[in-house]
Unconditional design. Structure first.
Length: 119
């Protein structure tokens, strides 16, 4: 099983980006998926989360600006980011709990995608 994160880039403050996280391989079901970010010199922090059923949760810093969504048919999750600020700069990682069979679930991490917001 692999998680592929994409969509990062350089954007000016106030701009928008949409990140994608695609799971592939021998997958029975993708359960909860999270987006984390790690700013330079800081610990990795949770930005947004979505359950299999579509319930969402956001960090205070993301509330009102970021939207997490998922496409279960394509094992994909998206993070739409608007009104970006320089403090949103960092490497964004997707993290997923994936069932590889009816009985076994594992946690996987994507490779990260860089988001840079210039002032």
């Amino acid at each position: 099983v692999q998680l592929q994160a994409s969509g990062g880039g350089l954007v000016q403050a106030g701009g928008s980006l949409t990140l994608s996280c695609a799971a592939s391989g021998d997958i029975f079901r993708v359960n909860s998926v999270n987006w984390y970010r790690q700013a330079p010199g800081k610990q990795r922090e949770l930005v947004a989360a979505v359950t299999r059923a579509g319930s969402t949760n956001y960090a205070d810093a993301a509330t009102g600006r970021f939207t997490i969504s998922r496409d279960n048919a394509n094992n994909s999750v998206y993070l739409q980011m608007e009104s970006l600020k320089p403090e949103d700069t960092g490497v964004y990682y997707c993290n997923a709990h994936i069932m590889v069979s009816k009985y076994y679930e594992y946690e996987y991490w994507g490779q990260g995608t860089q988001v840079t917001v210039s002032s």
